[in-house]
Write a protein that binds this ligand. Structure first.
Ligand SMILES: [Zn+2]
Length: 379
């Protein structure tokens, strides 16, 4: 069941601006570094987020923009993301005939060639095992039940925290949006879903992870919500999670350490193509056993994106990929360097990554450097 989000309606309607926003966002969502069914799935997944943005903005001009890009792109398949897209689009009237169909579940490619994902899974699992040994006089905190307050309270766990974002309450089915952070015509926004109570785990999911996305969104000039930009965004948010876990471990904050550990285990467990099974073979690790037990199909067919949650932060922490605005990279680097002296598990992770011999990634994803024109940072 879906009802319309409370429209922002803070600024006067600007149909031209709303249309331009939707067209730019929908085109960015279709610009993914993948091919075939993966590219189609990833594109439609991005359009779901654009459609959520349309509902939040509450302007029919945004939907016209989304419709135009869906038609010009010609994507025909979207599996469960197509179903979500259609549900959101139905709120504005009949779904145009050119919208993608659901189709069957994706056929999972064998992950034999994804050695980097296997190696990264083992490194993250070893780090998780070090986190599991953390004991300390935990001081259970009370966390706010409001998204905006939670993100502001979590600033100590993020190296470059911002407070320059707006929070919009939405009465949207929590199963529909893929993410809560987005850049709307009105600026950086995070959604507070009125139907999803914020439990204790929200300090990690919302305060730290989505907070890191907002920090990145405010610092990056290019689009980071879609395609290659999203790979940079998830690499950064996951690096912030790993940093936060190491810092909490060093301070003996046992409850938060355990929650961050569970999140990392979940990211390994959902890697498609049998990666957790390959990683666990001949590699004794409680975290890998837990990952196998929690495996989910949430990222079925989205190999590149799923791998990024595990490989991306390690490359970032090793300084192997120049995908961040300099101030974010320096803030992360400083804190990470400090925590490798304070928590042995962090030092072990850094040494294991250094041994991988990963070559520097010279490609620049969206949001890395400041482009002189709006399109220059795109890929
Ligand atoms: Zn994320």
């Amino acid at each position: 069941m879906l009802t319309r989000a409370a429209p922002l309606a803070i600024t006067p309607p600007d149909l031209e601006r709303d249309y331009r926003w939707a067209v730019a966002a929908a085109r960015a969502a279709a610009d993914v570094p993948a091919v075939g069914a993966e590219a189609e799935l990833w594109t439609v997944r991005g359009w779901v987020d654009v459609a959520v943005g349309c509902a939040v903005v509450g302007s029919a001009a945004t939907v016209v923009g989304l419709d135009d890009v869906v038609r010009e792109t010609g994507v025909s398949y979207g599996w469960r993301f197509a179903q979500r897209l259609r549900l959101l689009r139905e709120q504005w009237g009949p779904v145009p005939r050119w919208y993608p169909e659901c189709g069957p579940a994706p056929v999972e490619a064998d992950g034999a060639d994804r050695r980097e994902a296997v190696r990264a899974s083992r490194i993250v699992a070893d780090f998780c095992d070090a986190l599991a040994a953390v004991r300390g006089p935990d001081k259970p905190a009370t966390w706010p039940a409001d998204t905006g307050e939670l993100i502001c309270r979590a600033t100590r766990y993020r190296p470059s925290p911002t407070r320059a974002f707006r929070v919009v309450e939405c009465d949207i089915d929590p199963g529909l949006p893929g993410r809560m952070w987005m850049r709307l015509p009105q600026g950086a926004t995070v959604l507070h879903l009125t139907r999803r109570p914020l439990g204790r785990a929200a300090i990690v999911r919302t305060g730290i992870h989505e907070g890191a996305h907002l920090d990145h969104l405010l610092a990056a000039p290019g689009p980071i919500e879609f395609g290659a930009g999203l790979l940079a965004a998830e690499s950064y948010a996951m690096a912030v999670e790993i940093l936060a876990a190491a810092e909490c471990a060093a301070r003996g904050e046992a409850e938060l350490t355990a929650m961050l550990r569970a999140g990392l285990v979940e990211r390994v467990g959902r890697l498609p193509g049998g990666i957790p099974e390959r990683a666990a073979r001949g590699w004794p690790s409680a975290a890998l056993r837990a990952a196998l037990a929690t495996g989910s199909s949430r990222f079925a067919g989205l190999t590149t994106l799923a791998d990024t949650y595990v490989v991306g932060p390690l490359r970032l922490l090793a300084g192997r990929t120049p995908i961040l605005p300099p101030e974010l990279e320096q803030g992360l680097g400083r804190r990470w360097h400090a925590v490798t002296d304070a928590f042995p598990g962090a030092l072990a992770l850094a040494e294991a990554v250094a041994e991988c011999g990963w070559t520097p990634d010279t490609e620049t994803a969206s949001g890395a450097a400041r482009p002189s024109s709006p399109d220059e940072g795109r890929r």
